[in-house]
Design a protein around this ligand. Structure first.
Ligand code: SF4
Ligand code: F3S
Ligand code: FES
Length: 208
């Protein structure tokens, strides 16, 4: 039995007002993140036999609480995305739909895909000490997104443009290398590697 099934049982039999979020039940939508015995995780991917016999659930910290176990991760993710401009800034000023998109090297496409697997569940943010202290910290999710768009050959931004976006205490210099993000990410994204890479690159280019 997953926590998703257990919570539905509780809602059906004991408390119809219990609030929690689920959409896909398959670890894809990212909406069921919660604190499970003090650790951020996805309720739909957590078996009760692995966390019981007693389990304590709480809403993810950092995000705005809606009710019970439901939090507004979307609002936080949107603010982070707007700050880091997490979309492809096309090199051409106007999109030419008659032009066939250039082929991307399969190895590069694979690297981008690896980082694109983020489901914006918020677990890395909820587990991060910096995110709890700094309201505008972009978190490992934001740094991962920056790394993803930096790799994209369609994006016209330079390395300096990217590093400007995260070169302060709300970005990569706020990260204290606590690495909980890496430990709790349910998609096992290489967050530690990405953060270390950005730091090294920025140091090499003279950012402080
Ligand atoms: Fe969730 Fe991992 Fe994405 Fe963070 S990086 S939001 S933990 S999938
Ligand atoms: Fe937070 Fe991960 Fe850095 S937990 S402090 S973003 S290494
Ligand atoms: Fe979609 Fe859990 S319900 S990730």
């Amino acid at each position: 039995m997953t926590l998703f099934i257990a919570l539905n049982e509780i809602r059906d039999r004991q408390d119809p007002s219990l609030s929690f979020d689920f959409v896909c039940r398959a670890g894809i939508c990212g909406s069921c993140g919660m604190m499970i015995n003090g650790r951020p995780g996805l309720a739909c991917r957590t078996l009760t036999k692995n966390v019981g016999p007693d389990v304590t659930l709480a809403p993810l910290p950092v995000f705005e609480l809606i009710a019970d176990l439901s939090v507004n991760t979307g609002k936080w993710m949107r603010a982070m995305s707007e700050r880091l401009e997490t979309w492809v800034h096309l090199k051409q000023r106007e999109l030419d739909l008659t032009r066939i998109e250039e082929k991307m090297d399969p190895e590069l496409a694979e690297k981008i895909y690896e980082l694109d697997r983020c489901i914006e569940c918020g677990c890395c943010v909820a587990g991060c000490g910096t995110a709890r202290m700094r309201r505008d910290f972009v978190g490992a999710v934001g740094l991962n997104k920056m790394a993803r768009f930096r790799l994209d050959p369609r994006d016209g931004r330079t390395d300096d443009d990217f590093y400007e976006l995260v070169g302060d205490d709300d970005g990569v210099f706020g990260c204290m290398s606590l690495l909980a993000c890496h430990d709790v990410c349910p998609k096992e994204l290489p967050l530690q590697t990405q953060i270390a890479f950005i730091r090294r690159k920025m140091a090499a280019q003279g950012f402080k």
